[in-house]
Design a protein around this ligand. Structure first.
Ligand SMILES: N[C@@H](CCC(=O)N[C@@H](CS)C(=O)NCC(=O)O)C(=O)O
Length: 211
């Protein structure tokens, strides 16, 4: 298996976490999102992923999966142990809701492409871009703070899908200097997860392309 990703991309980070929790170790192929206007935009990478985004996962037979939520579901189906989702359908929907707040409602608003558009095309100053990022992360985190449990990981004693999404989003919040004090549950759950060996192995600073 080959994982095409970028060390500090939150979508790549969440996929690395799911792989690490499942004990699957792919070969890593770094795709630089910044250098030379972004390697992900080039023809060579678009032949692998027509959307020109990371991550992508090439299977042993050469077929390529894209979009981290779809790839993580694939992993959950093919490597069911340890499960990332609880058995109960209602609990599964609750975990998926936290993942969706991050994957659908927070992350797309501070992704490389939209931020480049704000800065370069719309000429917004850095101060406004920072306020934009902070607004959407804080709004999403306010909802998540009300949805997750008040002890342990996001939902209980072991790490699961919600933690796989939350930890990279907390990493991004710190990177963008978004205050985390209003979110004690998020801070507790992410700190606990960060100490787990799989989460340590998947951390951006531990990746071969880390700068
Ligand atoms: N929904 C996609 C998002 C993928 C995505 O947008 N990845 C970012 C890095 S975190 C990227 O490649 N951005 C490039 C760009 O926006 O130009 C997923 O979860 O895989």
């Amino acid at each position: 298996m080959k994982l095409y990703g970028y060390w500090r991309s939150t979508s790549s980070y969440r996929l690395r976490l799911a792989l690490a929790l499942k004990g699957v170790v792919p070969d890593q192929v770094p795709v630089h999102l910044v250098r030379d206007g972004g390697e992900h935009r080039g023809e060579a990478y678009r032949r692998i992923n027509p959307q020109g985004r990371v991550p992508s996962l090439a299977l042993a037979d050469g077929r390529v999966l894209i979009q981290s939520p779809a790839i993580i579901e694939y992993l959950e189906e093919v490597y069911p142990e340890p499960p990332l989702l609880p058995a109960d359908p209602v609990a599964r929907a609750q975990v998926r809701a936290v993942a969706a707040i991050i994957g659908c409602d927070i992350h797309p608003l501070h992704n490389v492409g939209p931020l480049n558009h704000l800065r370069r095309d719309l000429g917004r100053p850095e101060e406004e871009v920072g306020a934009w990022i902070g607004r959407w992360i804080s709004e999403g985190f306010t909802a998540i703070e009300a949805l997750i449990g008040d002890e342990g990981y996001c939902f209980g004693a072991g790490p699961g899908l919600a933690d796989v999404y939350l930890v990279p989003q907390v990493y991004a919040a710190r990177r963008f200097a978004v205050p985390l004090e209003p979110f004690p549950r998020i801070t507790r759950a992410s700190s606990l997860a960060e100490a787990h060996p799989a989460f340590q192995a998947a951390h951006p600073s531990r990746q071969p392309d880390a700068e």
